[in-house]
Ligand binder design. Sequence first.
Ligand SMILES: [Zn+2]
Length: 269
Amino acid sequence: MISPESAAKRILRDLSITTVDDLQYLEEIAYSRGALVQYARLTGAEARISIVGDKAVITIADSISNRHRQRFNIAHELGHFELHRRRRPRSSCTSADLGSWSDKETSRDPEREANTFAAALLLPEAFFAALCDEADPSLDRVSELAARFNVSLTATALRYIHFSPEPCVVILSEGDRATWAIPNAAFRELGVYIESRVRLDSSSLAHRAFQKKNSRVVGKVRLDTWAAPGQYDPDALVREESWYSEDFGSVLTLLWANEDIYDDDLWEL
Ligand SMILES: [Zn+2]
C-alpha cells in the first residue's frame, strides 16, 4: 500500500501545487479528487467521510470555526479517502482521532496515517522542508510558518522538527500532564527517552506555563526535568520553550538539546 507521505506527494504533483498559495483552496483540491466538502451539524464527531466508489462526501462539523482546524480535518478525511477507501467506506472522526500522533513509526493506525497524510499535504516537503533547516529552532519561528501555511501550531511544530537537523522534541501537555512526546531523528540518535503520560516536573517551564496561564515561557532547564534516567551528564541542560493555549487548555513544548548532553570526562576515564 502507498505510504501517507507518497499519497500526499502524488496529489501535489498531479495538481501542480508548488506554492503555499495553491494550497489555500483545499475544498477545490478535495473536489478534484472526487470528494465534496460540506459543513453541517455533527454529533460526537468533528469530521466524517462517506465513500461510494470513487466519490465521497466529507462533512466538517459546523461548530468548528477555527480555519486551521477545518483545513486539517478536510485533509485528514481526504487521507482516509486516498488511503483507506476499500477498507473503510465510512469514518467518523473525533477530536481524539484528529489529534492522534504517535512516535511509533511502524504504527499502521488509520487515524495516525490520515494525520500523517494531512501534515504532508498541508506542509509539503517540496517547499516546507527547506524552511526548517535552521540553526535555532523556536516556537516563534514555528508560529510564523503556521500562520503562513494556515495550519495549527501543533501540526506545524511536529512537521518542523521532522525536517530540522537539530535534536528536538515536541511535547503536548494537558491538565499538567505530558500527553505525548515526539522526538525527531536527531534527538532519537542521542539515546535519551522523554517521558510522557506522567505528571509534569515542577521545575519544567511547561508546569509554570500551566500555573500562569496565557503565558509563553522560555529558558534552560535540566534535561532530567523531562528525560528518564540515562547515560547523559546529570547536569546537562536543554532549551525549553512552553506556550499555554487558552483555546485548548494545553501547553505545547519545544525542547532543543542545543548543547552537549554527555559528560566528556566520563568518556576519557
Ligand atoms: Zn479519521
